[in-house]
Design a protein around this ligand. Structure first.
Ligand code: B1M
Length: 211
């Protein structure tokens, strides 16, 4: 017999084997895959996200928690797909053109996935056109831009401009990365800025709800 709170704790602690075993047991006990995601996995990731925001844990702990969550999702995703269940919101994410840093971007993507967003990860060095095309193709509610270099911040501005020029009014743009600030986000006309991966989830949910 396993419980959803045991699953949350296993994910939060990055215990991927325990988390997979509990996920399997919960399925055998008759719990629905979506219930397991929303009441087991998501609270586990939210809890570690809060601790990260408060500097109680650091990047390695976040990464191992996200890996545990990802492996459980590997069991649940085919069942969710078979039942026709899709995430409520879709986010396109990438590091902007010229920039190869992806550790922070990956953390943000994992946290959004942990909050049950569908994620289209375009990787690094993503041109403005690619962001626009992916947002159109996947009818994304969110376009998430990451930049780690002062020299690639202008690519963020160009991407925001390209999204506006394409008339993608239904998609909100959020930006982040070490050199990026709220002032810069305002200056380039982004819809939101967040400083870290956990706050990115709160912002993403707020923005997606207004779409
Ligand atoms: Co580079 N690098 N790097 N680097 N690198 C920095 C960023 C730098 C600050 C180092 C330094 O000089 N002290 C400096 C930038 C200076 C500047 O422009 N201000 C720098 C430089 C100069 C360079 C090169 C130009 C070096 C060279 O070749 N001469 C080169 C550029 C390559 C390129 O991109 N074209 C380069 C290369 C690399 C590596 C490839 C070696 C490697 C990247 C590996 C990888 O990402 N796969 C690397 C690394 C690792 C770093 C440091 C050491 C670490 C960055 C990191 O991953 N941090 C970095 C110095 C440092 O920070 N100490 C440095 C951890 C990560 C979790 O944090 O990405 O900030 P971060 O993400 C946070 C938040 O910012 C936020 O949430 C995350 C989690 O809280 N966030 C978002 C990020 N994206 C977000 C998006 C959101 C919301 C929040 O919404 C959409």
């Amino acid at each position: 017999m396993s419980t959803l709170s045991e699953l949350s704790l296993a994910v939060e602690g990055g215990k991927r084997n325990d988390a997979k075993l509990i996920t399997q047991t919960l399925l055998e006990q008759g719990l629905k895959p979506l219930e397991i995601v929303e009441q087991g996995l998501v609270p586990g990731m939210s809890s570690i996200g809060e601790k990260f925001k408060n500097n109680e844990v650091f990047v390695p702990e976040m990464l191992i928690a996200a890996r545990a969550m990802k492996e459980c999702m590997g069991i649940l995703e085919p069942l969710l797909a078979a039942a026709g269940i899709k995430p409520k919101y879709t986010a396109v994410i990438g590091t902007v053109q010229g920039d190869l840093h992806d550790i922070g971007k990956n953390l943000v993507a994992m946290m959004l996935k942990g909050a049950n967003f569908g994620i289209v990860d375009l990787g690094t060095n993503v041109t403005p056109d690619k962001f626009v095309a992916a947002a159109q193709e996947h009818q994304a509610q969110l376009i998430c831009l990451s930049a780690l270099l002062t020299t690639t911040m202008p690519a963020m501005k160009l991407t925001v401009q390209a999204v506006r020029d394409a008339g993608l009014t239904s998609a909100k743009i959020m930006v982040g990365g070490a050199p990026v600030t709220q002032d810069y986000a305002d200056e380039i006309g982004a819809d939101g800025y967040s400083q870290d991966a956990a706050s990115a989830v709160d912002l993403a949910l707020r923005l997606a709800e207004t779409c």
